[in-house]
Design a binder for this molecule. Structure first.
Ligand code: DX5
Ligand code: ZN
Length: 222
């Protein structure tokens, strides 16, 4: 079976002194989306980028921008990221007073809504939201930093999500994020991932086009 996947390089692993070049390099190398990790030093112990930077990134690329909000107050900031140019917005439900309201707001502002599931969160926790989202983001590391080791225990959970989607004929994508590289991408694709985030797995390699080609080849063999 040939499965078409989307590859979303995470700019968290890019060289920020050359951000435009890095973004244009992955776009030229065949990336499908650009994953933007937003951290506030509160929900996760790291601080990354805000809406001002996203506004500039929006001008540097035509790729869909996939904003992953790892912040304590997505109700306040999701609209700002959408205004800055985010096409997809993932939220961690544990950060929302009422995830349904947050998701509804994201969609009302014209972006696609996604729920992130941490490695230690049961899939059942998000089942009530399936009608309110366009994608499920399955974390294969605990959010906070690039370059962490892939947590394989999440694989059966990805398969479970894929089964729920198939059985319900739901129009949802499954994204996987954390520790994914050319040499293990086949495992998340086999489990059911459609969108693959990779930070260090792409930006820390010498030839982005070759890395993305290898990733697609590995995924096609699944
Ligand atoms: C982790 C982030 C990931 C991370 C991916 O908190 O959400 O998107 O930057 O980086 P790698 O692929 O290096 O694990
Ligand atoms: Zn991410």
């Amino acid at each position: 079976m040939t499965k078409s996947i989307k590859i979303a390089p995470s700019i968290l692993s890019a060289d920020f002194t050359r951000l435009t070049d890095e973004i244009q390099a992955v776009e030229a190398a065949g990336a499908d989306w650009l994953h933007v990790d937003v951290m506030d030093g509160h929900f996760v112990p790291n601080i990354t980028i805000g809406p001002v930077v996203v506004e500039w990134i929006r001008k540097a690329t035509r790729l869909p921008l996939d904003a992953h909000l790892m912040i304590s107050d997505p109700d306040k900031y999701a609209p700002e990221f959408i205004k800055a140019g985010a096409d997809w917005v993932s939220i961690h439900p544990e950060t929302c007073r009422d995830p349904s309201t947050t998701l509804r707001t994201i969609r009302a502002l014209g972006a696609k809504a996604s729920i992130a599931v941490n490695p230690d969160v049961a899939v059942e926790r998000i089942e009530g939201h399936l009608g309110e989202i366009d994608m499920i983001l399955m974390m294969t590391v605990f959010p906070g930093f690039a370059g962490q080791a892939f947590i394989e225990d999440v694989l059966p959970k990805i398969t479970k999500v894929r089964t729920i989607i198939s059985e319900g004929k739901l129009p949802l994508l499954v994204e996987t994020d954390g520790g994914i590289k050319a040499d293990n991408i086949d495992r998340v694709v086999r489990a059911g991932a459609d969108v693959i985030v990779s930070g260090s797995g792409i930006f820390k390699t010498p030839d982005y086009a070759e890395t993305i080609r290898l990733m697609r080849k590995a995924a096609e063999r699944v």
